[in-house]
Design a protein around this ligand. Structure first.
Ligand code: ME8
Length: 519
């Protein structure tokens, strides 16, 4: 059986509709999941919605509906967005599912059993927006004199009986774990941020609430619901069957990587490992905090009116166009900016003009001038071998190395350099001239290009799955040959060429984009 690979996104708060930041995270995680599947790994990809907590309860109250009704409605928009973006999740989890309540109570009980939970009284600051507690010295003062969270959100003084988690007892164990596992938190900037925070000392964490009841009930303490982050983080266990399904849970835990945004790194890299240590469970291998997506360099906010619905971007530019832009433009781990102009410019330059044009002119030439027939054997020149070697190396070895390191934009750049090399080759070889002067050489050049384009399409599948599939279907590349292994072995071209496959006249896979009028 192949090696498991368990990847998760954060689960989103469905207190509003999904925005481009949610889309970005889903797309990045999907590219990694697809890449690992192509490597032959047995992938489990989890995503979903985080439906408890005060923020959900308050939004529902403002809208005059029950929190459950709000969650049902909004969660469906997240799922629809995922489907539209071609996100290949294996499970879409909702934290209101009974199985999740059971899992959260199980991990709670395990923490009780290790003596890490005690009853106390919480007096301090809470931000509903962030669903987070803050210490006095973490707060910032606004120009108006109002106290705000370090994220700039409103905080309220809260006094409540509460169950506490003995987080303070985990400082040394966490620091030792970070030191022994330098790749646990990535990128480096996030790791440093977490180290500084933990080195500064950890206070015990309030992990239950009594002032509202929209949450998972604390076992044996019916007046308390769990602090939303305790149940939210546990989704990563529920998703693979904890506590019952020994089979799947045993196979996929610990997770290979949690893909999350930089604003929630503390929950994933401090609280979560401490909860798991307390419950006697293994720790995830990696937590990756990606950057934030800005609109024209500005933070998205309802008041600025620049919160963009991902569905509109898909309608305007296309799914793969959006996926490509986000993964190529934003260095994974850093903040990035987007605008309609930037999407149009990047997609036209890279997909329409470089890759699309390469495929279109080669394939339509073969369809038109060779009856769609490919030649099986030919005499390769040094230049032919050089190009094929370069493309093969870029598409299998280098692309894969970058993807494994979660350097998504670097992987795409490598691929694009190979596309450029093909375009130089086609211009230098000029098959349209050879057609008259040396038809045999023309056929060889087309065979080289066909294999190169096929390899480029195979490699880029995780990034632009729909378009790559269409191109590979058109080119007759067998489904089971669409892997990095197939690129390396170089067998697929001969199989296609020696079969009775005939290439049909292609329509462009990447039509040139126009800037929408209202942009
Ligand atoms: O934080 N750019 O939910 P959420 C990029 N429920 N990513 C962004 C972003 C932006 N502009 N805005 C948000 C939560 N995100 C919790 C998670 S996990 C056990 C619980 C990212 O809906 C954000 O960083 O506020 C997070 O990873 C994800 O979107 C969901 O954010």
């Amino acid at each position: 059986m192949s090696e498991p690979f368990y990847i998760t996104t954060a689960i989103s708060y469905p207190n509003g509709r999904p925005h481009i930041g949610h889309a970005y995270e889903a797309i990045a995680a999907d590219a990694i999941a697809r890449f690992r599947r192509m490597q032959g790994r047995d992938v489990f990809f989890l995503t979903g919605t985080d439906e408890h907590g005060l923020k959900m309860a308050q939004t529902a109250r403002e809208r005059g509906i029950e929190p459950a009704a709000l969650a049902d409605e909004m969660s469906s928009y997240f799922r629809e967005m995922d489907e539209k973006l071609n996100i290949s999740f294996d499970r879409f989890i909702r934290t209101t599912e009974p199985a999740h309540h059971k899992a959260s109570q199980a991990i709670w009980q395990a923490m009780v059993d290790s003596g890490d939970i005690y009853l106390g009284r919480y007096e301090g600051w809470y931000s509903v927006r962030d669903e987070a507690y803050y210490a006095e010295d973490e707060l910032v003062t606004a120009e108006t004199g109002e106290k705000l969270s370090p994220q700039g959100t409103e905080v309220q003084w809260t006094v409540e009986e509460s169950w506490f988690f003995r987080l303070s007892a985990y400082q040394d164990r966490l620091l030792a774990y970070y030191a022994a596992n330098p790749d646990f938190i990535r990128p480096e900037s996030r790791r440093n941020e977490v180290l500084r925070f933990v080195e500064g000392g950890l206070a015990d964490l309030s992990i239950s609430r009594t002032s509202f009841d929209w949450g998972v009930k604390v076992p044996g303490s019916p007046d308390h619901v769990m602090y939303v982050w305790v149940d939210a983080l546990t989704n990563y266990l529920t998703g693979i069957g904890y506590p019952d399904d020994g089979g799947r849970f045993g196979r996929f835990w610990p997770a290979d990587v949690h893909i999350i945004g930089k604003d929630i790194i503390r929950f994933h890299a401090v609280y979560w490992p401490a909860f798991l240590m307390s419950a006697g469970l293994a720790l995830p291998k990696q937590v990756f905090g990606h950057g934030f997506l800005l609109h024209r360099g500005e933070k998205m906010s309802k008041s600025l009116g620049n919160v963009v619905d991902p569905n509109d971007l898909v309608a305007a530019f296309g799914v793969d166009q959006l996926r490509y832009f986000l993964l190529r433009e934003v260095t994974f781990g850093q903040d990035g900016s987007y605008s309609a102009e930037a999407i149009v410019a990047k997609v036209n330059a890279d997909l329409a003009n470089s890759f699309g044009n390469l495929a279109q002119r080669t394939l339509s030439f073969i369809a038109k001038n060779c009856d769609g027939k490919l030649i099986d054997g030919y005499e390769a020149t040094d230049g032919d071998r050089r190009l094929l070697g370069e493309v093969r190396d870029a598409c299998s070895v280098q692309f894969a190395r970058h993807m494994e390191a979660l350097e998504l934009s670097a992987a795409i750049e490598t691929w694009l350099r190979a596309v450029f090399a093909c375009n130089q080759y086609i211009d230098a070889q000029a098959p349209w001239t050879l057609r008259k002067t040396d038809p045999e050489r023309m056929s060889a050049v087309l065979a080289v290009l066909y294999e190169a384009i096929g390899n480029l399409a195979i490699a880029i599948q995780p990034i632009i799955p729909g378009s790559a599939d269409r191109l590979l279907d058109l080119m007759g590349v067998p489904r089971d040959e669409r892997t990095y292994e197939a690129i390396r072995s170089g067998e697929w071209y001969r199989k296609v060429a020696s079969s009775d496959f005939r290439l049909a006249a292609p329509t462009p896979i990447f039509p040139k984009l126009e800037l929408p009028a209202e942009a």
